[in-house]
Every structure is written in C-alpha cells, then in structure tokens.
Design a protein around this ligand. Structure first.
Ligand SMILES: *Cc1c(COP(=O)(O)O)cnc(C)c1O
Length: 363
C-alpha cells in the first residue's frame, strides 16, 4: 500500500543499530547522552526518547526548556540536560527536574535565586573552549567558583566547533587542550574532581581519546556520520516520502509555477507533489537543483518550490497519479545527499521538516 500523502518514516530499527555502533566506539564506562533537541532532529522527540530510554541511554539533551518539559509530560524519567536555558526558565527547570547548562553569570545568578534553600538541584557548567558560542572562559573561574558558593555541578562540559573537519585537526586539538586547562583550573579552585564531557558525534568518531566521562551524540543516532566511511554502519532513521497528486502535459514554451520559474524547452510531462517550502523543502531546491526518486529514477524539481507544493519533470519516467515519490530514504539518496543539492547539510534539511507532515514509526 502506497501512502496517499506526504509522510516521514521513523525507523527505530536503524536508531537501535546506530546507537549500538556509537556504543561500540566508546569505552564501557563512558556514559551516553543522546541529543534529542529540535524534535529529535526533525523526527519526533517523544518517540525517539522513549525508545532511547528503553535502550538505557544515560542522559538526554534538549536545547530549550519547553523541549524538556514535553518529554517529562510524556513520562520520560532519564536525566535531561537543557543546553541553552533562558533567564525566565528556572522555575520550570526546577519544577520539571531538568538539568540546566549554566553558561553565563547572568544565568547563574538567576538559577541561584530560584533554588529553595534546603535543596541542591542538578546543573552543569558550560565552558567556552573556542567555539565562542556559549560558556565561561578561563579568566571567569575565580569569580565563578565564588558565585557558586558551594554548589556542586554534576558535570562540566564544552563543545567542539569543527570535529568533523579533518583539515581543522589542530584547531580541535587546541580546543581539547583549552578544555583540559579550564577544567583543571576549575577543579583546583573548587577543590574536588568533577565529571566531564566534550565530544559530539564527529568528536566520538574522530577524537575518541577524549571521551572523559560521557559523550553527546545527536546526528550519529539519526544516521549521519560526516564521513563516508561510516555510511556502512550508520543508517538514516528518517525517510521522506510523498506522492504524485496530479500530472500535467505542458507544451513547449509554457511556464510552470509562480513567476514562470520553469519554461518548457519541449513538450514536457510534469507532476505536482503535496510538499513545499512550508514543509522544509526550501526554494534553494527548486530550478532543477534538487532531485527526487520516482519509480527508481532521479528527476528534477522544476521552477520555484511553492509553499505547499512543488513540481517535478517526469517526462522520462512511466508513472501515474497516486504513485509514490521518495525525496530521501536510508537506501539510495539520503537526506545528506539531498541537502548537498542545495549547498546545505543533513542537520538543516532534517530539522526543517514541518510538524504538519505525518510521522509513521517503523519498529
Ligand atoms: C547539538 C549539540 C550536540 C550534538 O551534536 P551532533 O553533532 O549532532 O552529535 C552536542 N553538544 C551540543 C552542545 C550541541 O548543541
């Protein structure tokens, strides 16, 4: 049976295999934090987190507090790190037993003001080792330890900026050294050892000596490794499929779509698909750049992608209305391959997929 609408298939078998592969790359005692921010990279954070909890990952991570609350409301019990809490979040963070990343003095002050005197909620401290996005730096440590006033972080961590890029190996090594230095300064000042984590997926694959006590994996769980040599082991968990809504025969010289984005050079057979830029297939994929699969053949997206639809050229394929169209899957053209046609990356295409696309779980 072909689905008669646009769907995202979420393959939990692939998720389990990807987790097993990542586990095979880390030491037995290294904890695993699964990053499920942004709807688990465009899939479904509740479905994915429930599965990962069953598979006994040690931690989950989300970007924003509302994402953590959603998981708690769905009964997720695993510790949840909130990577980028905002100033007004701390009542909720404490109420829902979330673990904030404390990355600035402004955030630390607000967090401390919300702590009830007799308890010590879990939190982590983020250091900036060179990405220059979030976190404390070396010269903050004296003031930081004073401001903590005896509160003990569960973990200290940092984030690499180019762990997938083999040409930037020395930059990454510098970040790793910075993290060592900062952690040591911090531990000396505070007077005890604290557990640490640093590596994201590409870090795990390319710099596996620096696992510390935990690793954070996002994109790897979803099936992308930033390096073709891992393609055998990491399988995309999401496939995006749609159907042909309508077929038109157009004559040489006729245009297709808004602003005459495509002009037929000869008589052409085109098909309209029920998916558009509001679903995450941005206009960059139009004008022949992006290609989709119909009956096993690659055909171009033509003209300008519309909000809810786009048109493809099917002149060379025998197909009919209602037939299935694959935009990407775990076999021939992955989301990563598709994203390259618009000069972007797997992370962007999958996290842009809209909520209105129905999700189907494959067990
Ligand atoms: C998103 C994110 C991750 C996950 O990175 P992947 O490359 O998807 O494995 C890890 N750590 C932090 C701080 C992040 O923001």
């Amino acid at each position: 049976m072909v689905n008669q609408e646009t769907v995202i298939e979420i393959n939990l078998v692939n998720l389990k295999k990807n987790l097993a592969f990542i586990r095979s790359k880390v030491k037995k005692k290294t904890l695993i934090m699964a990053v499920v921010k942004a709807s688990a990279y465009g899939s479904d954070s509740v479905i994915i987190s429930k599965k990962l909890e069953k598979e006994k990952v040690n931690y989950l991570a989300v970007a924003y507090t509302s994402e953590g609350i959603e998981l708690r409301n769905e009964g997720i019990k695993t510790p949840i790190l909130v990577l980028h809490p905002q100033i007004n979040d701390f009542n909720k963070i404490i109420e829902y037993d979330l673990e904030p990343s404390i990355y600035s003095f402004r955030i630390l002050k607000e967090f401390i003001s919300k702590i009830k005197s007799n308890n010590n909620p879990s939190f982590q401290i983020k250091f900036n080792s060179g990405l220059n996005r979030l976190g404390f730096k070396n010269n903050d440590i004296d003031k930081l330890v004073k401001s903590l006033n005896g509160l003990k972080p569960n973990f200290i961590f940092s984030h690499l900026g180019a762990s997938e890029d083999t040409l930037e190996k020395s930059f990454t090594e510098k970040q790793i050294n910075n993290f060592y230095l900062t952690s040591t300064l911090f531990e000396n000042k505070i007077g005890f050892k604290i557990r640490k984590h640093l590596l994201n997926t590409s870090g795990i694959l390319n710099f596996s000596d620096y696992q510390f006590d935990m690793v954070r994996t996002g994109i790897g769980l979803y099936g992308f490794g930033n390096n073709p040599k891992f393609k055998l082991f990491l399988k995309p968990i999401i496939s995006l499929k749609t159907i042909i809504s309508q077929i038109h025969k157009i004559k040489k010289g006729e245009s297709v779509g808004y602003n005459k984005g495509f002009i037929a050079k000869e008589d052409t057979l085109i098909a309209t698909l029920p998916i558009g830029h509001a679903d995450g297939i941005y206009r960059h994929y139009g004008k022949g750049k992006g290609k989709v699969q119909v009956k096993g053949k690659l055909v171009p997206i033509i003209g300008n992608v519309c909000m809810d639809m786009m048109m493809i050229d099917i002149s060379k394929v025998k197909c009919q209305e209602g037939d299935s169209v694959i935009i990407f899957d775990d076999k021939n053209i992955s989301a990563e391959d598709f994203s390259k046609s618009a000069d972007t990356i797997s992370y962007e295409i999958i996290t842009s997929l809209s909520k209105r696309i129905r999700r189907i779980v494959i067990q």
